[in-house]
Design a protein around this ligand. Structure first.
Ligand code: F6R
Length: 595
């Protein structure tokens, strides 16, 4: 939930750290801090608030530095709790949580240590100081043995000059190799302006970085990230969220590129699992939040196209449930970051039961991609806004292709596969048509922006899209919104419908169209206003809905790729009308690496 960064090399570190923290601000934005070493002198700066207004011009020399953007977990938001945390000239930045910090703190206090913050992280600095016998790496290694929890840390000290020690357990750490030195960060977005060459640390690994060399406990492969550097800039857009929504058609194109044959799909990441996938008789799809809603779309896709039983689960639930697991099952983990703690805990459980594990992931080198046996990248590029939009579209596109892969191993007819593939190749143009209605959607969002409660309804493929639309609205506007299936309305939620509670109904021309029309009538009969997402050319809907947003006609199974877009735009413009902090909604941070 926090962002850590470090630089060591030939350049002045300060601007690199400040710029990197700005790129990672979405990971945490309540406070930030930086520590720069220049020989024996130490520059330390900690501030409450956003780093965006911080000037990156050098305030100090020094080519070794660590920095942190915080999203408070242990200890309130104040300067003393911001990182780097320090004790006895050992400076630590930390992403994760030290679960046994209270016990450790008590022991250290008994030994005479005095603490100056309320954070769990400070105990790491104290432990390192306790263990220090002249070598920072040895001391860090010993200190970490006492810690229960998760960490991505970077440590520096004038007592062992010329190095940064980094370590990882269940929180990401990436090492970037540049021409003039090394950058470590929680996230590639802080690195890609400087280098595309990265090494990803694995759990329990420690690395020591010096100006012109690095050592890691074992030999590691250098990977290349194919993200464009300008992808982490807003360009002319007011918010990252709008930029990312506008990228949705390109996300579909990138995801399918080189992967579609005439009636089959070619997914390199599934090649080695081909035989096991053939034997698989059940698919679990696991995700959290928006990732879960994509997984839910995946469940319907697997049943319909993949011709296989499928169940979507939230990572936070299934990890504690007694689902019957066996090696003839496959679990597909759906995640933008690939670092979501609940998914990773579930992944461990699935692996222990010998279930085949696959990832649908955006971030290259993330824990999910390394811990799963195979998978397919969504290729969305960095997603910076806290609210996930383009990643959702990328995830659904990939899940369509995985379903096709499974279907072709089973009884999905060549003719049917061909039809879906052809439409998949064309659908980005249709997504562009939806985006052209941005101004109209903005007007509608503004019209409804004073309402405080919303229902989103949809059926079948559009049921998860209703939940996604509701999540997006509540997340960035802080108004109450619920996504339910049209069929469930009369089993309870209808009691809340009146003229003060509008309903957004996804009512496209598909197998449940008539049922959705009846649901809309139910809402209208209670004086509820209805904003319909409908198929182009549907004039009937105009007569019953208060407002209509049209999307082009497509195959039923691909509808989510179009119907999600107006809901993303609606949420965005709604929050804009309310002047909310769209890219950084209150109480939330991207990449939930704690449970
Ligand atoms: C919603 C949102 C979250 C994430 C969820 C999972 O807009 O962004 O619900 O979808 O925290 O994150 P990932 O996809 O990184 O596993």
């Amino acid at each position: 939930m926090c962002g850590i960064i470090g630089y060591i090399g030939k350049k002045q570190a300060y601007p690199i750290i400040i710029n990197g923290l700005k790129k990672m601000e979405y990971r945490g934005y309540d406070s930030y801090g930086i520590c720069v070493l220049d020989g024996d002198s130490v520059f330390l700066k900690k501030r409450v608030g956003r780093i965006s207004s911080e000037n990156s011009e050098s305030e100090c020399k020094g080519c070794i530095s660590i920095g942190h953007s915080r999203w408070a977990t242990t200890g309130s938001v104040c300067e003393k709790n911001a990182h780097p945390q320090e004790y006895n000239q050992f400076y630590v930045v930390h992403n994760g949580i030290v679960e046994n910090y209270k016990e450790l703190k008590e022991e250290l206090i008994k030994k005479g240590h005095q603490f100056s913050s309320d954070t769990d992280t400070e105990v790491i600095a104290h432990l390192i100081s306790e263990e220090f016998k002249g070598n920072l790496e040895d001391a860090t290694k010993k200190a970490l043995k006492k810690i229960i929890g998760s960490y991505g840390i970077a440590v520096i000290s004038p007592k062992d000059k010329g190095k940064i020690v980094v370590a990882k357990l269940s929180s990401p750490i990436i090492l970037g190799i540049t021409d003039d030195g090394y950058i470590v960060a929680s996230d590639p977005s802080a690195i890609i302006n400087y280098t595309k060459q990265i090494i990803t640390l694995d759990d329990n690994e420690i690395a020591t970085l010096k100006e012109d060399s690095y050592t890691i406990s074992k030999d590691k492969k250098i990977e290349t990230i194919d993200w464009e550097s300008d992808a982490v800039d807003k360009g002319d857009f007011e918010h990252f969220m709008l930029k990312e929504i506008m990228e949705e058609p390109r996300v579909i194109e990138n995801a399918i590129q080189g992967r579609l044959l005439e009636s089959d799909v070619k997914l390199g990441g599934l090649e080695s699992s081909k035989e096991r996938l053939k034997r698989t008789n059940k698919i679990y799809l696991v995700g959290c939040g928006t990732g879960y809603y994509a997984a839910k779309v995946g469940e319907y896709l697997m049943e319909e196209i993949g011709i296989i039983d499928a169940e979507a689960h939230m990572g936070s639930e299934v990890r504690y449930r007694n689902v019957r697991l066996n090696p003839d099952q496959t679990a597909i983990f759906v995640s933008q970051s690939g670092e979501t703690a609940d998914n990773l805990a579930c992944l461990k459980k699935m692996k222990e039961a010998n279930v085949l594990t696959l990832g649908v992931t955006n971030v290259i080198g993330s824990t999910q991609t390394r811990e799963t046996e195979g998978g397919v990248y969504t290729r969305c590029g960095p997603e910076i806004a806290v609210a996930s939009t383009k990643a959702f579209i990328g995830q659904i596109t990939v899940l369509v292709m995985i379903s096709l892969f499974l279907g072709r191993q089973r009884n999905l007819e060549e003719k049917e596969a061909k039809k879906i593939i052809l439409e998949l190749k064309n659908i980005s143009k249709k997504a562009d048509i939806v985006l052209k209605q941005a101004e109209k959607i903005k007007e509608i969002a503004r019209k409804y922006s004073q309402y405080k409660d919303f229902f989103f309804i949809g059926r079948k493929f559009n049921y998860p899209i209703a939940m996604e639309g509701a999540l997006k609205l509540k997340e960035i506007s802080y108004v109450h919104a619920e996504g339910v299936t049209g069929g469930e309305l009369k089993h309870g939620p209808l009691a809340l419908i009146d003229e003060t509670c509008p309903t957004i109904a996804i009512c496209t021309k598909d197998s449940v169209y008539d049922k959705m029309l009846s649901n809309i009538e139910e809402v209208k009969a209670r004086n509820g206003k209805v904003i319909a997402i409908a198929t182009e050319g549907d004039s009937k809907i105009k007569e019953i809905a208060t407002d209509v947003i049209y999307i082009p006609e497509t195959l039923e199974c691909l509808t989510p790729l179009l119907s999600a877009i107006p809901l993303h735009l609606f949420a965005y413009y709604f929050a804009l009308a309310l002047e909310k902090d769209i890219d950084k909604p209150r109480n939330l941070a991207k990449s939930v690496t704690v449970e």
